[in-house]
Design a protein. Structure first.
Length: 350
């Protein structure tokens, strides 16, 4: 898994390096034509399919806006790989370089950027923060305050729970698989517990902070005979999904999770926002703040409809579920049900 993540980092960094070089050339051209040039520091929390997809779409959309508006965006990209010390250094470097705006992808990055820019007031736009108010990043969703705003991938936990019991009305033990250190998981896990308590359904928690620990947690859940596993939009579990999905499928344990990228990486079902669209909307917010001189603290946090269930058809086949029948069963609970097959990144999906 470390080798795969390292390769993902090298590939993504290489792609973004090309983009930065292209942007640098665009800056020269724009300045020659009296067009404005802006520097943006983007920090990603960790390599996973959802977060990488967000970054790619932010960059693509900013390039489109630059061409439309006759301006240029020079992107400085880095990935802290879930290392708090590295994250702090990356943000400090952005401040030292006096970037015009920072983009923090995922909750830990947003929190660090928020703290580091209190004095300078450098605008910050976050992406994929599940609970902006609960984590104290914003004062409110409508009026974030200070110098920060962004996009949220807040999860409708009840919707996922409903899918679990639509598929298996007899389920009587649900596993909750998450990383206790992930702020994005806190509210969703509490909501799942409340849902199950209300229905009188037993549940057991399984946690891990890295790939090895998540693997052991998955094995424990299988040994305990859980009927299904629930994971919110937890980046630690997302990173480990490729290493656990086969053993879960072999044991007949269906993994329901809070993002389509989980299903891409082998989970039975991912439910939630379209992360490609979230990335583009984040870029639109960035451009609005820079080009129209908007005060980030007055720009409402953008939320999205959590109505898409992405089902892994290979897992369906492995556990003996007919996808077409399942899609019909899930239809009343979703705005959309769509199939996907296992791959490491969305670029590999045909």
């Amino acid at each position: 898994m470390k080798t795969r993540n390292t390769m993902m980092t090298m590939i993504l960094t290489g792609v973004l390096a090309v983009s930065v070089m292209a942007s640098a050339s665009a800056v020269t051209a724009a300045e020659t034509q009296d067009g404005a040039a802006y520097t943006i520091g983007i920090c990603n929390y960790v390599d996973d399919a959802s977060l990488n997809q967000i970054v790619e779409n932010i960059e693509d959309r900013l390039q489109e806006i630059g061409e439309e508006e006759g301006v240029s965006f020079e992107i400085s990209y880095d990935n802290c790989n879930a290392d708090a010390n590295v994250l702090s250094q990356i943000v400090a470097n952005f401040e030292a370089d006096q970037v015009d705006l920072m983009v923090g992808v995922a909750t830990p990055v947003a929190i660090t950027m928020q703290s580091a820019t209190e004095e300078s007031g450098t605008p910050v736009v976050f992406a994929a923060v599940s609970d902006p108010e609960g984590t104290g990043i914003v004062e409110s969703m409508d009026a974030p305050g200070a110098n920060i705003t962004g996009t949220s991938d807040a999860l409708d936990t009840t919707a996922i729970m409903n899918l679990i019991f639509a598929q298996n009305p007899e389920a009587d033990l649900i596993g909750l698989l998450y990383d206790v250190g992930q702020d994005a998981s806190t509210a969703a896990i509490e909501a799942a517990k409340a849902y199950l308590d209300e229905k009188g359904i037993a549940y057991k928690e399984y946690t891990g902070t890295n790939v090895d620990e998540v693997g052991l947690a998955a094995q424990a859940a299988i040994a305990d005979g859980v009927d299904a596993l629930f994971t919110p939009s937890d980046n630690t579990i997302m990173t480990a999904e490729l290493s656990i999905y086969e053993q879960l499928a072999e044991a007949g344990v269906l993994h329901y999770a809070g993002a389509d990228s989980f299903a891409l990486n082998g989970a039975f079902l991912g439910y939630g926002v379209d992360y490609a669209n979230l990335g583009r909307e984040t870029a639109d917010m960035v451009a609005d703040i820079l080009l129209n001189e908007k005060d980030p603290g007055t720009v409402a946090v953008k939320t999205f409809d959590n109505g898409t269930a992405t089902v892994n058809t290979e897992i369906c086949e492995a556990v003996g579920i007919d996808y077409d029948e399942l899609a019909e069963l899930f239809a009343p609970y979703c705005t959309k049900v769509q199939p996907i097959t296992t791959a490491e990144s969305f670029d590999e999906v045909e």
